[in-house]
Design a protein around this ligand. Structure first.
Ligand SMILES: [Cu+2]
Length: 189
């Protein structure tokens, strides 16, 4: 998991609108080189066949989330967050997007809604214990290679995996264990 709060905040506003009014979802054609780059970055978060049919969103300079392209498969992909080290685009299913909304709103995620988020380009996180850390203590980022995240599962599911401040990120581990936002980080390479 990693995304600056500002970007998720914008996303949290965008998501209900997308769900509530399909007519408002008409995407403007991607024209600029930056938009094309953003689409390529966003799609790289998931398997090709998932990214190809996903909705693509990107924050603009003023922080508003733009839909670059509407999808058909229930996944939403967003490009790399340039404020964190490394490339960290994401593709989330609907429950995954709802979980992200709860996270940014500091609200409990819905019970019994298990979501899947792809991060096949990897990611870096400021803390494996504090969901709201923005900078790593001692400059040590938690770096994880290509992975998928399972969010919103029962506590018993997460209890079966290692966690803690300095996890081995080459095997499945739990990020933010014991918080409402604990989730499985599962490497795929
Ligand atoms: Cu992740």
């Amino acid at each position: 998991m990693n995304r600056t709060l500002s970007i998720i905040a914008v996303l949290s506003f965008a998501t209900p609108a997308l769900a509530a009014s399909p007519m408002a979802m008409s995407a403007k054609p991607a024209q600029s080189a930056a938009d094309k780059g953003a689409i390529i970055s966003a799609m790289s978060a998931g398997p090709a066949a998932v990214g190809r049919n996903a909705t693509i969103v990107v924050p603009d300079a003023s922080g508003k989330m733009r839909v670059l392209r509407n999808g058909t498969n229930g996944f939403t992909c967003m490009p790399d967050d340039p404020s964190s080290p490394g490339a960290d685009p994401m593709c989330a299913d609907k429950a995954g997007m709802e979980w992200l909304d709860a996270y940014i709103a500091h609200k409990p995620p819905a019970k019994g809604k298990v979501g899947l988020i792809y991060m096949l380009a990897g990611g870096s996180d400021a803390s494996n214990t504090d969901p709201y850390a923005s900078k790593p203590a001692g400059g040590h980022w938690i770096t994880t290679g290509p992975h998928v995240m399972v969010v919103g599962a029962d506590a018993a599911f997460y209890a079966a995996y290692p966690s803690g401040a300095n996890p081995d990120t080459s095997v499945p581990y739990v990020m933010w264990a014991g918080t409402p936002y604990q989730h499985l980080m599962s490497p795929v390479k």
